[in-house]
Design a protein around this ligand. Structure first.
Ligand SMILES: [Zn+2]
Ligand SMILES: [Zn+2]
Length: 138
């Protein structure tokens, strides 16, 4: 399966590129057409003064018909594309999954404590190893 890759960040709702010693993961989510009018690409509403998208807005808006939907509701309907190199079997593959963050218990290697992190988990197509795309910590 060959995934379409973004040509610019403007096409994406989300993009991340992670590489550790063992695991390489790239994940991206395309903006999609407005579900109401089908003409506009949904995006963050623009500031009427500066004309720039309000990146921190908790909602998305269609530039054509002004259809407005909350960030969580909108993002849950999208698909995340994930390109990975498996840390266990070293094979590379591409996979699509629902763009839905789930809490996953992980061991924090620095503190040695378990913590729950918002992640999107997929399984390696060869060996079923769990591959997590974790939300960036703030
Ligand atoms: Zn629209
Ligand atoms: Zn594997």
């Amino acid at each position: 399966m060959a995934l379409r890759e973004p040509e610019s960040m403007d096409e994406c709702v989300y993009f991340t590129n992670r590489a550790t010693e063992k695991c390489k993961v790239r994940a991206w989510v395309f903006r999609e057409q407005c579900p109401k009018c089908g003409k506009g690409l949904m995006g963050k509403p623009k500031d009427s003064k500066t004309g720039r998208a309000k990146i921190r807005a908790e909602e998305y808006e269609c530039p054509e018909c002004k259809y407005n939907v909350s960030k969580d509701e909108y993002e849950n309907t999208l698909t995340v594309n994930i390109q990975y190199t498996c840390p266990k079997c070293n094979s590379s593959d591409e996979i699509s999954a629902p763009f839905q963050w789930k809490k996953i218990q992980r061991l924090n290697e620095e503190t040695g404590k378990k913590q729950s992190i918002d992640s999107i988990r997929v399984l390696c197509s060869k060996c079923n190893e769990k591959i997590d795309v974790t939300k960036k910590m703030r």
